[in-house]
Design a protein around this ligand. Structure first.
Ligand code: TYD
Length: 146
């Protein structure tokens, strides 16, 4: 399996206050490789059956964190696949343009935090998998994480 395009892992690190808990910080344009315009979070899954995602974005970039519990993230750049079990609050996955992503296998207490580079825009979504593959084949997509 080759290396996925437009994808990287971000480790925020942890500030450990002895017995008083841990703290992780994500700053725009420092830890997160874009200016954060939107924050949203996903929770209260019907754990066994839930599947989310099933889309790619034309311009949006985002970083996903699992800040509670766990889930499995699957990515596809049109050529290579990548799968990771997300279960560490300080580890984020940067997902750039034209990456098909799905999320499943949510634990009961799972909370996903998403930091996004754009305001919500439904026209930025590619929600049809065949259309995604067609676009990838027709277009040369630049690698943003070189
Ligand atoms: P979607 O991005 O498809 O969720 P997921 O990737 O987790 O499966 O969004 C689900 C619904 O919520 C969809 O109807 C669009 C709406 N939505 C907003 O209105 N604003 C937002 O910022 C987001 C992320 C979604």
């Amino acid at each position: 399996m080759g290396k996925l395009r437009n994808f990287k892992r971000i480790d925020l690190g942890q500030i450990i206050d002895s017995h008083d808990g841990k703290l992780s910080v994500a700053e725009s344009d420092i830890d997160i490789p874009f200016n954060i315009k939107r924050v949203y979070y996903i929770y209260d899954f019907d754990s066994n059956k839930s599947i989310r995602g099933y889309h790619a974005h034309k311009t949006l970039e985002q970083v996903l964190f699992c800040i509670s519990g766990s889930f499995t993230l699957k990515l596809f750049d049109g050529i290579n696949y990548y799968e990771e079990k997300m279960n560490k609050p300080n580890i984020g996955l940067f997902i750039g343009k034209y990456i098909w992503h799905t999320m499943h296998n949510f634990s009961d207490n799972c909370i996903i935090l998403v930091l996004a580079s754009e305001h919500f825009d439904e026209t930025d979504y590619i929600r049809d998998f065949n259309n995604f593959k067609k676009i990838i084949n027709e277009k040369k997509i630049e690698n943003q994480t070189k």
